[in-house]
Write a protein that binds this ligand. Sequence first.
Ligand code: NAD
Length: 272
Amino acid sequence: MNDNLFNVEGKCVAITGGAGILGQSMCKALAARGAKVAVLDLDMARAEQLCKEIGNDGGFAVAIEVNVLDKESVEAAFNRVTESLDRVDVLINGAGGNKKEATCVPPATFFDLPADAMKWVFELNCIGTMLPCQVFGKAMAEAGEGIIINISSMCAFHPLTRVVGYSAAKAAISNFTEWLATYMALNHSKSIRVNAIAPGFFLTDQNRFLLTDEKTGDLTDRGQQIIDGTPMGRFGAPDELIGTLIWLISDASKFVTGVVVPVDGGFNVYTI
Ligand code: NAD
């Protein structure tokens, strides 16, 4: 019997967007379980503060600046990660997000959506995932092993009304996850796995303006609609992604590649 099925101790993990709300929760949880974590982010102040907190709790984390939209910056970050951690076992692509201008919130209509805002959302989510997969994935291909976790979303399965650009971009992430899983296994190594987590609704900076009133903090009609559409009747808490993450980066999921796992309180399967 393998008692260490979910063990992540000693794993070297690089996480882009590691200083974000979901990323911070992942970094802390992994470090607390003995993984060595490289927090890759544009926001160095938050990344360094996070690493300090992890260090104070006895974990190992190092903050490294990266712009996931710039391949040279990703390559430089990769070199710094390998200097600090020796190697990379796991890449988590956590940098991503949405912006108000790429949503169809009345009075805005689809016909007037600015292309720049749509490009921003496509680039951050798609290119910002693909470039780290190229750079870190190449090293994994050379090493013959590795694990990549992408972050998709509920709106990748069925687009959310109003959420035009982000739904399409996250659908691309799910599709890319399936493609890369196949590509790596067929062309490089049967020990490289690529999977994605699709979080449901977690109240964070990217959706706060859609789900709660900016002034009062009360649920908007839309926020209430989402709660009503979630069989479990609430938003998720960031630490509720951790079980799925540990499963996907440990031997517990050794024969799992190319899947997108919803963590959503049942939102994806609920109709009426
Ligand atoms: P967040 O905005 O709190 O964190 C994103 C982090 O990415 C930030 O620390 C930011 O500095 C960093 N970042 C942004 N652009 C970057 C760049 N060019 N290079 C490097 N770092 C950059 O977001 P979050 O809510 O923690 O979301 C994390 C991931 O989960 C995103 O992909 C998001 O789309 C996805 N997601 C979130 C939810 C949710 O409910 N919050 C739901 C589904 C999916």
